[in-house]
Design a protein around this ligand. Structure first.
Ligand code: SF4
Length: 413
């Protein structure tokens, strides 16, 4: 095989990393010249943006160390039986690329994953060596997110957390049977065991740091995971239920949902079409309801047809329509916990309402200054000068809240 240039490896291994949703990807565009190789060009070079726990947006070099893999997960384009162009970075190449991009101010950190070569231990060892060299040999202070391999020696996972800000282990599918059918080399109990171990390590390190600032940091941005949506028969409610358990049992910072993309020469066990992207979006909305709005899985399931979230309406609105007796909510009196259940009202706007109503009774005009989704809220609220009256028939309201079907472009061919 001809020797690949670093830029060719980068093109292959950044493209191979795009299926990982664990840091939201949005390539920087608009500055590309000479086929993506001009000065300052970042297209195709695997630069994506992610959000840190304090809300800052950071650009990351998102790559695989290699897309060779000895495993044969049916849903993965990098599986051993897949006919894709392969490449592999050495430890030194990843370190040099990261430092180079960092010094040029293209990136603020590294998101590194890998196919499995030789053995889980060997691969994890190489990933740890990259992070260790960046931190210890080059004093790299940027963000590092390492995707870990659950079957690797626990000592390697322990070491990874000393250098990485965030560690993640992909759970892949909500259903254990589907996982053993589509990814026979992976095991849900092994994944969960590694997540449990990470949780303990992270909590222990936090406890030690609370006692002494000299105690070593361990994955200070916590752990996350990813689930593929639409590759198996798992319903949305199964996926949301799995996420709720993962958050509760392993203190995950995030569960990412990645809509399955059909891949060339795929197994007959996989669907031929990708699920609608809106499904992924609805799952993220349900996930936020779990984490920030106090909803339970059963409440999110209210109104879900056959266990699937409504694609036309967001899950909070679906729940509100199924619980019309709880509305309208008086924005001048309702507790915060009820305010955040009003469709269209976010956490920050609800906090502003609570702070403002201490001084005067809120009218519709006041609310429109505090939130941008007043039109969506009005059927569900009372204010000093507003009652929704008879506008609350459930079927009619659902029809009015659904976004209009997109008009066909008459000039499209
Ligand atoms: S182990 Fe990872 S890279 Fe390898 S086939 Fe499975 S999902 Fe793909």
């Amino acid at each position: 095989m001809p020797k690949l240039e670093t830029i060719d490896k980068l093109a292959i291994l950044a493209d191979a990393a795009k299926y990982d949703a664990s840091c939201a990807s949005s390539g920087a565009g608009g500055r590309t010249s000479r086929g993506g190789r001009g000065v300052g060009a970042t297209d195709g070079a695997g630069i994506c943006h992610a959000y840190t726990p304090d809300g800052r947006c950071v650009s990351l070099l998102k790559i695989l160390m290699t897309n060779y893999c000895m495993f044969d997960c049916a849903y993965c384009v990098n599986r051993i039986s897949s006919n894709v162009r392969r490449a592999r970075f050495t430890v030194e190449e990843v370190v040099a690329l990261t430092l180079d991009f960092y010094k040029r101010n293209y990136i603020e950190g590294l998101f590194l994953s890998s196919g499995i070569i030789r053995s889980p231990d060997y691969t994890m060892g190489e990933l740890v060596r990259i992070a260790q060299r960046l931190r210890c040999d080059h004093d790299f202070r940027g963000y590092i997110h390492l995707k870990t391999i659950p079957d690797a020696d626990p000592a390697l996972l322990d070491e990874a957390g000393l250098y990485a800000d965030r560690l993640s282990i992909n759970i892949e599918l909500a259903n254990a049977d589907a996982l053993s059918q589509l990814a026979p080399e992976k095991s849900l109990p092994a994944i969960r065991k590694s997540m449990g171990r990470l949780r303990l390590k992270i909590e222990d390190a936090k406890g030690e740091r609370a006692k002494s600032r000299k105690a070593p940091r361990y994955a200070p941005s916590g752990q996350s995971t990813q689930m593929i949506v639409g590759a198996d028969s798992a319903r949305d409610i199964d996926i949301v239920g799995t996420s709720a358990l993962l958050y509760a049992n392993y203190s995950l910072k995030r569960v990412y949902y990645s809509a399955f993309s059909p891949i060339p020469d795929s197994s007959a066990a996989l669907p031929l079409k990708a699920p609608p992207l809106m499904r992924e979006h609805r799952l993220y909305q349900a996930d936020w309801l779990l984490r920030y709005y106090g909803f339970t899985v059963d409440e999110i399931a209210t109104g879900a047809q056959g266990g699937m979230l409504d694609l036309a309406l967001d899950p909070k609105t679906t729940w509100a329509l199924a619980n019309r007796a709880l509305f309208p909510v008086d924005v001048n009196r309702a507790p915060y916990e009820m305010l955040i259940r009003i469709p269209g009202l976010g956490v920050r706007a609800a906090q502003r309402i609570v702070a403002t109503r201490r001084f005067h009774r809120l009218r519709l005009a006041d609310l429109s200054r505090l939130t941008t989704s007043i039109r969506k809220m009005t059927p569900f609220i009372c204010a000093a000068d507003w009652r929704p009256g008879a506008l609350t028939d459930e079927a009619d309201l659902a029809a009015r809240l659904k976004p209009p079907a997109r008009q066909l472009d008459l000039f499209a061919v």
